[in-house]
Design a protein around this ligand. Structure first.
Ligand code: NDP
Length: 260
């Protein structure tokens, strides 16, 4: 049986990468879908390929969420996936000593404000039915410190905690609206492809990037999508306020032996 039959699902940042993989998986599971992104040029054909609708939605903009609520006052599943590292336009100082306040705010505005606005929309869109699933894409970086990407780590940690507040708030209202966070690490998406390149040293670069990962490889967007499908489906009805790692074992501990 297709697990998302009869559910209306919305994915942010769905034009490419993990968001697109989630949208594809939800489509395969029978969902009716709305793909949203800031990049309409890529997002529209991606949505069309799935027979889905597309909406230009910048997760930072409150009025974009208001427009979504006007067009779609009800939904069953929202995936708050859109996120940035802050390095999209090249290297910059993101350590706690040298990061600029403007860059700190920019990362939080997309990652954290975007997730807050998304959760708020979803609660209002789900409460009439009293049922639904909110899935927030955090990161491994939301669980450990990242000295060179402090704003990213801070924003992802805040998403982790806000997911639990949302889960408890909804449960406290007597609704079956669930909220959980997914914490990926090193998932091979266009974000990484730009750093790896297609040169003769591609394999060596990739191996170096996952040298600390116990499973010694990148994860795939489809592997994250499988986890999202579980959290979207009714089979996870007893799961809320939880966090799900998908990181090749990185968070399990140190690879160092006691003798090291
Ligand atoms: P990508 O950069 O490949 O895709 C992100 C998509 O979100 C892009 O289409 C991007 O558009 C869009 N986007 C950016 N800003 C906004 C915004 N303000 N409003 C709406 N859409 C926006 O990222 P990934 O697929 O790799 O990552 C998806 C999520 O997973 C992110 O939250 C990321 O932090 C998280 N994650 C990813 C990991 C990885 O290894 N890939 C590891 C841990 C977490 P545009 O390209 O035009 O900017």
């Amino acid at each position: 049986m297709r697990r998302l039959e009869g559910k209306f699902c919305i994915v942010t940042g769905a034009a490419r990468g993990i968001g697109l993989a989630i949208a594809r998986r939800f489509h395969d599971e029978g969902a009716s879908l709305l793909l949203t992104d800031v990049d309409a040029d890529t997002g529209i054909p991606a949505a069309e390929a799935l027979g889905a609708d597309f909406l230009l939605l910048d997760v930072r903009e409150e009025e974009h969420w208001a427009e979504l609520a006007r067009l779609h006052p009800a939904c069953d599943v929202l995936v708050n996936n859109a996120g940035i590292t802050g390095f999209e336009h090249g290297p910059a100082a993101h350590d706690p000593e040298n990061a600029s306040l403007a860059e700190w705010h920019a990362v939080h505005r997309t990652n954290l404000d975007g997730a807050f606005l998304g959760c708020r929309y979803a609660i209002r869109a789900m409460k009439a039915k009293g049922d639904g699933s909110i899935i927030n894409i955090s990161s491994r970086s939301g669980l450990v410190g990242i000295p060179g990407a402090a704003a990213y780590a801070s924003s992802k940690a805040a998403i982790r905690n806000h997911s639990k507040s949302v889960a408890l708030y909804c449960a406290g209202q007597g609704w079956r609206i669930r909220c959980n966070s997914i914490h990926p690490a090193a998932i091979l998406t266009p974000m990484w492809e730009a750093m790896i390149g297609v040169g003769p040293d591609r394999d060596a670069k990739m191996a170096a990037m996952v040298a600390d990962t116990p499973l010694k490889r990148f994860g795939t967007p489809d592997e994250v999508a499988a986890m999202a499908a579980y959290l979207a489906a009714d089979e996870s009805a007893y799961v809320t306020g939880s966090e799900f790692h998908i990181d090749g074992g990185l968070l399990a501990g140190s690879a160092a032996s006691p003798g090291d």
